[in-house]
Design a protein around this ligand. Structure first.
Ligand SMILES: O=C(O)CCC(=O)C(=O)O
Ligand SMILES: [Mn+2]
Length: 206
């Protein structure tokens, strides 16, 4: 299946609108929703602890250490659903991954703030493969020098079963987010497959 190439400066964006069929997507979504040990992670801001506005889980090859709020966590192991999705994603983008971060957006007040996936453990020019299941949500991208260079921000609606692969200089030059929405929306699960350079990983506390 060939992706749609989204042309913007200083980024490589490939989009598969329906990598996973509606029927398979619904089944994977339900299994992940009920079988994942969703965690409520926290972030420290101005010396106070806040709940992240979404639930998360981290799965991957053994040996990857996730350093988070002074804790060292090992990823949960792969399971059959995650392995099936990893296989489909790897096949599409011809890249292999060793970890996946799952985000559960329970409703429209769950979100993911502006950030880049540019931790050094992901290496230079990381390939981040983002698979969406469940409720369609809007994904926004903005160039870090967009204002001075007149580069317009971008909005993409990510439907269930779609795959967005960000590579090249996307993480060094652009930021992305999932804004809150005032519309009444049902839950969405997003999986970002990543390749952590062996040894350690410091995942973002977004
Ligand atoms: O939910 C999404 O589509 C994006 C998730 C994301 O950016 C991340 O986990 O780093
Ligand atoms: Mn991200």
């Amino acid at each position: 299946m060939l992706p749609v190439n989204i042309h913007v400066p200083d980024a490589q964006l490939n989009f598969w609108p329906d990598l996973i069929s509606a029927q398979d997507g619904e089944s994977y979504f339900q299994q992940l929703l009920s079988d994942t040990q969703w965690r409520q992670d926290k972030i420290t801001l101005f010396g106070r602890l806040f709940d992240l506005p979404r639930l998360q889980a981290w799965h991957g090859d053994q040996g990857m250490i996730y350093r988070y709020s002074g804790l060292e966590l090992s990823p949960e192991p792969w399971n059959p659903v995650l392995l099936a999705l990893k296989e489909a994603v790897e096949q599409a983008c011809q890249t292999s991954f060793n970890t996946v971060l799952l985000n559960l957006y329970r409703d429209g007040s769950d979100s993911n703030g502006w950030h880049s996936d540019d931790e050094k453990e992901l290496g230079e020019q990381p390939v981040i493969a983002s698979l969406s299941l469940g409720q369609e949500r809007r994904f926004r991208l903005k160039h870090k020098d967009g204002k001075s260079r007149g580069i317009q921000p971008l909005s993409l609606d990510l439907p269930s079963g779609s795959l967005l692969v960000m590579s090249g200089s996307t993480q060094s030059c652009w930021q992305h987010c999932i804004p809150k929405t005032s519309r009444t929306v049902s839950p969405r699960i997003n999986l970002t497959f990543r390749s952590v350079i062996h040894g350690s990983s410091q995942m973002p506390a977004l």
